[in-house]
Design a protein around this ligand. Structure first.
Ligand SMILES: *Cc1c(COP(=O)(O)O)cnc(C)c1O
Length: 442
């Protein structure tokens, strides 16, 4: 790895060069495009991000769970470099090329379930979710789509409708797409009667709402994240996902797992559904799939996917050859470097440290996550009242010290950690130390 794997803070964060660039950004880019940490990046790799002022930050974000294999991962760079010199685009629907097919074969093989599958490729997570809904509606001849509290599925018209949170995703962007229904999610930390009852009660409520308010026979698809990402890394209570999947199976509803954030080794299995042995009818992937090149995939049962008429699916850029080569490089890297094992190891390092912090600091209400998808939920000490102010304060201190962390949560009170799976352990330790100090300083 050619970038020194060290934290180095040599200016204020952001430094003068980044501040200059930030001024240009503000003059050229609408303010609707937010900025988590306003340093302008010049290089990144392993567990660090370098900025224009020569600072080197510890990366606990992976560009939102994208660079699981690290930035500029050698296998990705090598394949993309070769491809860019050969050809950059033909449109797969016009004249196909092998790498697209190879990515689809790999996903058919690696995603949960040994049934016959088909995969097609698009450009973003939102586009993939939309396409999963298109396939489900076409195949079932039904219209309704059921989603969950705290769900996030993207920013297009349909996917922002599927998304739960108003601010910032939906506010004043209506009217929304029709035939979308929302039901409860088994959120253990906030379940009114306690975590023990959560899975059973939440599933019963969800199923009752679907049956009584929508009619199971009208539902094309249930779309769920196996761990809610933007909603605050909420791992549904064990038993909830299998129960919902079973209800779908019994009622001819397409069970769609949105693994855009949880996919590709992130949670200590290749896909998060594997944890409880849930086999989705359609699985949607993006983010971690291609090391940062724009790519997303819809993988589903052959009999569903093949129902759609010729020309009914596709797009100009979907499965671009550079992105496909990158995805093949990512899958090789995950296998060769055992990044599934690395994700578990990251969880084994982080979770005990964070649980120990929870004992010390009343502001930490909950520590949760699997593998390298970990979060803490901050509360007003002694209560479960969300504490977004504390989160903002901790984030500010971490960023000033050169630790890049992200927030999440319906109540804005969750700090989420998504380090690249290739992060060296000394940086993981150092990052946790910075976090602990930032919380102690509250
Ligand atoms: C990020 C995300 C999306 C949207 O993906 P984009 O590539 O930003 O369109 C959809 N679902 C989940 C679970 C996500 O985390």
């Amino acid at each position: 790895m050619s970038i020194p794997q060290e934290r180095r803070v040599v200016t204020a964060i952001p430094g003068p060069k980044s501040q200059e660039l930030l001024a240009r950004k503000q003059a050229a880019v609408p303010s609707g495009i937010g900025t988590t940490l306003p340093v302008f990046v010049t290089r990144a790799g392993g567990g660090v991000v370098q900025d224009a002022d020569g600072n080197s930050l510890i990366d606990f974000g992976s560009g939102i769970a994208v660079t699981n294999v690290g930035n500029a991962a050698p296998k990705v760079v090598e394949r993309v470099t070769r491809q860019v010199a050969d050809f950059t685009h033909t449109c797969f629907m016009v004249t196909p090329y092998e790498s697209y097919v190879a990515v689809c074969e790999k996903l058919n093989e690696l995603t949960p379930g040994d049934h016959d599958k088909r995969t097609f490729l698009v450009n973003s997570g939102a586009e993939a979710v939309e396409n999963a809904v298109k396939v489900a509606r076409h195949a079932t001849g039904r219209q309704a789509v059921v989603v969950f509290d705290h769900g996030y599925h993207g920013r297009t018209l349909l996917t922002m409708t599927l998304t739960a949170k108003n601010m910032p995703y939906k506010h004043r962007f209506g009217p929304f797409a029709p035939e979308v229904y929302r039901v409860p999610l088994a959120y253990p930390f906030r379940w009114p009667t306690g975590p023990e009852n959560c899975a059973e009660e939440a599933a019963a409520q969800a199923i009752d709402m679907i049956s009584k308010q929508v009619g199971a026979e009208n539902v094309a698809a249930v779309v769920i994240e196996p761990i809610a990402g933007e909603g605050g890394f909420i791992e549904p209570a064990k038993g909830f996902l299998p129960r919902i999947a079973e209800f779908c199976r019994d009622n001819g509803i397409v069970f769609v797992a949105d693994e855009v954030q949880t996919g590709f080794a992130r949670t200590g299995t290749l896909f998060a559904c594997e944890d409880e042995g849930v086999v989705p009818d359609i699985i949607v992937t993006a983010k971690g799939i291609a090391g940062g090149l724009p790519l997303a995939a819809v993988t589903g049962r052959a009999e569903l996917m093949d129902k759609v008429h010729v020309g009914g699916l596709g797009g100009t850029y979907g499965g671009n050859p550079l992105a496909c080569e990158a995805a093949l490089g990512v899958l090789e890297t995950i296998a060769e470097e055992d990044l599934v094992g690395r994700a578990r190891r990251i969880g084994e390092i982080m979770l005990p440290r964070l649980r120990a912090m929870k004992e010390r600091f009343g502001v930490i209400g909950d520590v949760r996550g699997r593998g390298a998808m970990i979060a803490i939920e901050l509360v007003v000490p002694g209560t479960k009242e969300p504490n977004p102010t504390a989160v903002q304060e901790v984030v500010k201190r971490c960023h000033a010290e050169g630790l890049l962390v992200l927030t999440a949560g319906t109540y804005g009170n969750v700090l989420r950690f998504l380090p690249p799976l290739v992060i060296p352990e000394h940086l993981l330790d150092e990052g946790l130390g910075i976090l602990e100090k930032a919380i102690a300083a509250l």
